[in-house]
Design a protein around this ligand. Structure first.
Ligand code: SF4
Length: 372
């Protein structure tokens, strides 16, 4: 089992890094966890441009001039957890909705009609609304229509993940939110999510179940972002050692306004976010790095080719939001507000104008079915 290093020690290690450590980390071909600490440190800030150049070089070499595109489908905003930072928290008085199988398929097919081949099914964590049977039924409806169907729902057992894998789910994302154990208890007030270790062990259960790809990450704006970055590095390193044939991605969701008006506990600037992305790219050349529509169009355009490999586009974070033009996000509650409102076509055009290829399909779930 992965043992998360002491969060405060990670912060101390990072702040001890010197210019010499940063130069050593930049000169080595295969940075290790100590190098990652240096690259995330305040001492590395003057070297951001060099980090960007190296990160871009690696990204082009490993992924080519491509950016993968996907869109989320929000299935349900029911949630039994109380997370202080989330618009779906059980505390919040919002209009709750769980899509029927027909509605879920309709939402997905709207995205299909817009050109998406990769969708991410997202829901709040409420087993009485969204459970393995419901997800399996949706997966079976969508498996032949999409190249890749990923999920971001409540943590499950290995057995249930395997069942979803057989139904055509290709990837699972589960973010630790914060690797700081003490802070984790403070921001997760009640519900199953309060169990830090069960969540921490989830990526390993996903990989054990045979999923093709596992997504990890932390919600930036809760704890010390530098220590979160190093903790992600430790987790990723452990997962890679144990599950060498699984693909991994890291997401960097920065806190956005949401119902409940929770204010970020830590300010994470775009410059900080960029440093984190470049550092992780240097540390792990093959990891997929995801920047969602939480970020502004200007930032996402500027980061193209510098490290990230996958963008979401044309996203709505309220259940039923694609098909229902009457939806009022102030009443119907998005999980968070979106920073980049452009459509798939608009994002694809921007990518092409910058000399890259937008990729909607880089996998076919037929490969996955043939595996079994
Ligand atoms: S972060 Fe997830 S688990 Fe927490 S309240 Fe929001 S939807 Fe529920």
């Amino acid at each position: 089992m992965f043992q998360s290093p002491d969060f405060k020690q990670l912060g101390k290690q990072i702040r001890c890094a010197t210019t010499v450590d940063v130069k050593q980390a930049l000169s080595t071909k295969r940075p290790d966890l100590n190098d990652l600490a240096a690259l995330i440190s305040p001492a590395a800030e003057p070297y951001l441009q060099q980090m960007a150049a190296r990160s871009s070089e690696i990204t082009l070499a490993r992924f080519g001039k491509t950016t993968q595109l996907y869109a989320p489908v929000y299935l349900s905003n029911y949630c039994t957890n109380r997370c202080v930072y989330c618009g779906f928290s059980a505390d919040n008085l919002i209009k709750r909705k769980c899509l029927t199988l027909e509605e879920a398929e309709k939402e997905a097919m709207i995205l299909h009609g817009r050109g998406f081949q990769h969708i991410l099914l997202v829901s709040g964590e409420a087993e009485n609304a969204v459970n393995v049977e419901y997800m399996e039924a949706i997966a079976l409806r969508l498996r032949d229509k999409f190249a890749a169907v990923s999920i971001e729902i409540q943590p499950m057992s290995t057995k249930h993940y395997h069942r979803l894998f057989l139904a055509g789910i290709t990837a699972v994302a589960v973010y630790q939110e914060t690797y700081d154990r003490d802070l984790y208890k403070k921001v997760h007030l009640s519900g199953k999510k309060r169990d830090y270790d069960y969540r921490l062990e989830t990526p390993a259960r996903v990989a054990e179940a045979g999923m093709r790809e596992v997504g990890i990450g932390a919600l930036l704006g809760l704890g010390d972002w530098r220590a979160e970055g190093l903790a992600i590095g430790h987790h990723l390193h452990w997962l890679r050692t144990k599950f060498w044939s699984t693909a991994f991605t890291v997401s960097f969701p920065r806190m956005r306004p949401a119902t409940g008006e929770f204010e970020p506990l830590e300010r994470v600037s775009e410059r900080n976010l960029s440093q984190l992305i470049f550092a992780l790219r240097l540390f792990d050349q093959d990891v997929g790095l995801i920047v969602s529509t939480r970020e502004e169009a200007r930032y996402r355009d500027g980061m193209l080719g510098l490290g990230p490999t996958r963008y979401s586009a044309g996203s709505c974070t309220a259940p039923g939001g694609y098909g229902d033009s009457d939806i009022d996000v102030d009443v119907d509650a998005e999980q968070f507000s979106v920073g980049d409102h452009r459509s798939l076509d608009e994002v694809s055009t921007m990518i092409r104008e910058k000399g890259f290829d937008p990729v909607c399909k880089d996998w076919d779930c037929g490969f996955q079915i043939a595996d079994n």
